[in-house]
Ligand binder design. Structure first.
Ligand code: RB5
Length: 157
């Protein structure tokens, strides 16, 4: 197994899937960090998203999983964090490709969009696919970092 320690977070809409996915991944041998939310009560998804992103930024975990109703809100909030490349996925092809081409480090899924069996399948793909190292992919990922750093225009325009 590549990464033993994973961080996972959700809002209330993803709370039940988060609990089930923690059990699923723990049974596979992963050590899970739960970044919240910690009850099914309504919450503001940027809160658990920020907690999760800080754990990845600290280097404690290389990868994370976020679940909300659609996966969209959590991905938007996650992508505001430096070094986070979050991808909303609801099919196997996109999940594989976002690892291969984008080196996504956060998988976002919608509990109101896909069933739990597919959540498990996508999670397995995400956790077992490595980023391609071809120069063009690495260059494009660097360009995303340059957008974050405010150096994009001086480098490419
Ligand atoms: C909560 O109702 C819902 O808006 C949230 O889970 C998410 O889907 C937002 O993008």
């Amino acid at each position: 197994m590549k990464n033993k320690k994973l961080v996972i977070g959700s809002d209330h809409a993803g709370f039940e899937y988060k609990a089930k996915l923690i059990d699923y991944l723990t049974a596979k041998g992963y050590e899970m960090i739960d970044a919240g939310t910690y009850s099914a009560d309504s919450c503001d998804y940027p809160v658990p998203v920020h907690a999760l992103c800080k754990i990845i930024q600290s280097g404690e975990c290389a990868e994370g999983i976020l679940i909300c109703g659609t996966g969209i809100g959590v991905s938007m909030a996650a992508n505001k964090h430096r070094g986070i490349r979050a991808a909303v996925c609801s099919d196997k092809y996109s999940t594989e490709m976002t690892r291969l081409h984008n080196d996504a480090n956060v998988l976002c899924m919608g509990a109101r969009v896909i069933d739990f069996d597919l959540v498990c399948e996508l999670t397995d793909i995400f956790l077992t696919t490595d980023a391609l190292t071809e120069e063009r992919h690495v260059r494009r990922q660097q360009m995303i970092s340059d957008l974050e750093d405010g150096t994009f225009e001086e480098k490419y325009e």
